[in-house]
Design a binder for this molecule. Structure first.
Ligand code: BTN
Length: 244
């Protein structure tokens, strides 16, 4: 992965560029990296703050031979790979909050956005967008997210070099991806659960259909969150905002 790298000083969003390249037939492993994004996108139509030179803003093209409903597994794979890489490079031990936020000491330092081009039964391409707050200081975050966002440098107390971290992330994704294609999701799921903070704890899930309070019991093979509410009813959550 990452044999072809498209590097940009400034883009609207690496997601848009990678999607265009994928549509035009770019091979698996193609990576788009930018120093700055003017219109970085997050999950649930949110903005992703991506200032110049302080973070890792990149999108990776994958072409897995899987049906679309298995794509959340890939996002989880990437969350594990990034967590491993952060741990290896910085010594910090990240937590994963379902579905794929990576927290450092309880604050969000990494976001992953997965988008796909697919037929009903087969994925054409998956664009995995990775945003990592690396060297921001607290004052550099917009005021409205300062209480919930952090960077590797804030948590580590020193600046972190971005290039070795990108390299380590690609290496880890490649390793887990090969394992996934050969042996399926089970080994990845175990690794993911090892990093997960919410499992076994009370959480509030804000879904489009309403708010559910309960205990997070785990994830399904497809990566859905299993939530048991106060009446012991089990809910399977596709998409939600989770509060611990
Ligand atoms: C989230 O909401 O947590 C996901 C954030 C994903 C941000 C990354 S930065 C690189 C790529 N380009 C984008 O516009 N978004 C993703």
């Amino acid at each position: 992965l990452g044999h072809t790298i498209h590097f940009f000083e400034e883009v609207d969003s690496t997601q848009r560029i990678a999607a265009k390249l994928a549509y035009e037939g770019a091979p698996e492993g193609t990576l788009v990296v930018a120093e700055e994004q003017k219109a970085g996108r997050g999950r649930l139509d949110r903005k992703w703050f991506s200032p110049k030179g302080t973070g890792i803003w990149m999108s990776l093209i994958l072409r897995p031979p899987i049906p679309p409903q298995r794509v959340p597994q890939l996002t989880m794979l990437v969350a594990v790979a990034i967590s491993q890489a952060i741990q290896e490079v910085t010594g910090l031990v990240p937590d994963i909050k379902w579905p794929n936020d990576i927290l450092l000491h309880g604050k969000k330092g990494v976001g992953i956005l997965t988008e796909l081009q697919a037929d009903p039964d087969r994925v054409r391409s998956v664009i995995v967008g990775i945003g990592i707050n690396v060297n921001q200081t607290a004052e550099q975050f917009p005021e409205d997210i300062r209480a919930i966002a952090t960077s590797l440098a804030i948590e580590k107390g020193e600046r972190i070099k971005r290039a070795p971290l990108i390299q380590e992330i690609l290496l880890r994704i490649e390793r887990l991806y090969k394992q996934y294609l050969a042996h399926g999701f089970r080994p990845i799921k175990l690794l993911w659960e090892g990093y997960a903070v919410s499992i076994g704890k009370p959480v509030t899930a804000r879904t489009l259909g309403g708010t559910i309070r309960g205990i997070a019991r785990g994830i399904t093979e497809d990566g859905l969150l299993i939530l048991e509410d106060e009446e012991q009813n089990t809910h399977y959550i596709h998409s939600a905002d989770i509060q611990l």
